[in-house]
Design a protein around this ligand. Structure first.
Ligand code: 48F
Length: 273
């Protein structure tokens, strides 16, 4: 290299300005969007991706720095996951290699499947807000109209310095894909607006069909997707097999599209209707 510089010159202020401008410009566009998906596990990722593919402006909110939820690990800290036919086709479409271990039961490498699913959501145009925790809903005229969020680290601060008010993002429809905790639905249940059941014990064989079937609206403007469906309706859990999560996400996107797309005009709605 003999003294020649490899990289373009830059000041440290330039780096900060580039980050600030890009983040703020983009996020401002999503203060009102067509759909907000809460939780970037397998069901939330595929739901957000499909909505974006259908033309919706989608904000995916994830409390962790990393996306993928429980999809990085199959079960028991082992990074192989299973998927039952016909849902294996969704992974095949992403180019994930699958091994059929017995009729209709496939095994895949979890990090490979998870990273491909994340990439496909990004490629579809989903806007991602990570390190952001949803801690309430926006509710107006009997309909969920958005979510209340704060930076995740705020929740880890000592009590004496946690007077940090959250902010809100509005949308035509909100999808609860927060897994077993069903965090968004819980905000309504805590106020007596809906009733949550208790998740049932393990039965992989019956639970995947039941979760896909019950995926849907739990309150006007709020759709449950993935394992949150099991918590809302008291369905059996299924452990480390993921076809039900993928199909539940697809189903949630189908249902949400009907509500989100005509309502691409949340901006047009009077602020205090
Ligand atoms: O748990 P998770 O992977 O949910 P899922 O899509 O899939 C469940 C499976 O992984 C597995 C299973 C079925 O095979 O039993 O558990 O239903 O992903 C949920 C995501 O939501 C995020 C959380 O960090 C995770 O990435 N999340 C949870 N609460 C919040 C949240 C919150 N309050 N705000 C934002 N994100």
């Amino acid at each position: 290299m003999s003294g020649e510089r490899l990289f373009n010159p830059v000041s440290d202020g330039d780096v900060t300005r580039a980050i600030l401008r890009s983040f703020l410009e983009e996020i401002e566009e999503y203060t009102s969007s067509d759909a907000i998906v809460v939780g970037a596990g397998p069901s939330g990722l595929i739901c957000a991706r499909e909505l974006a593919k259908n033309g919706a402006r989608v904000l995916l909110v994830e409390r962790n720095n990393y996306l993928g939820g429980g999809f990085w690990i199959g079960g028991y800290l082992m990074n192989k996951l299973t998927v039952r036919a016909p849902a294996h086709a969704e992974l095949a479409k992403l180019g994930v290699p699958l091994t059929e271990t017995r009729d209709g039961l496939y095994v895949a490498d979890a990090p490979r499947a998870c990273s491909k699913l994340i990439a496909s959501a990004c490629d579809a145009g989903v806007k991602i807000l990570n390190m952001t925790t949803v801690d309430d809903v926006v509710l107006r005229n009997g309909r969920v109209r958005g979510v209340v969020v704060n930076w995740t680290p705020v929740g880890a601060l000592p009590r004496q310095i946690t007077c940090v008010d959250p902010v809100s993002f509005e949308a035509g429809v909100v999808v609860d894909a927060t897994g077993h905790d069903a965090v968004v639905a819980e905000k309504l249940a805590g106020r007596g607006l809906i009733t949550l059941a208790v998740m049932g014990p393990m039965d992989a064989d019956s639970s995947e069909d039941a979760i896909v079937e019950k995926t849907g609206e739990v309150f006007p403007g709020l759709i449950a997707c993935g394992m949150s469906v099991s918590t809302v309706h008291g369905l059996p859990r299924m452990g480390p097999t993921f076809g039900g999560m993928l199909f539940s996400g697809l189903r949630a996107a189908e249902i949400a599209s009907v509500q989100a797309l005509p309502a691409c005009n949340t901006k047009a709605e009077p602020a205090f209707a």
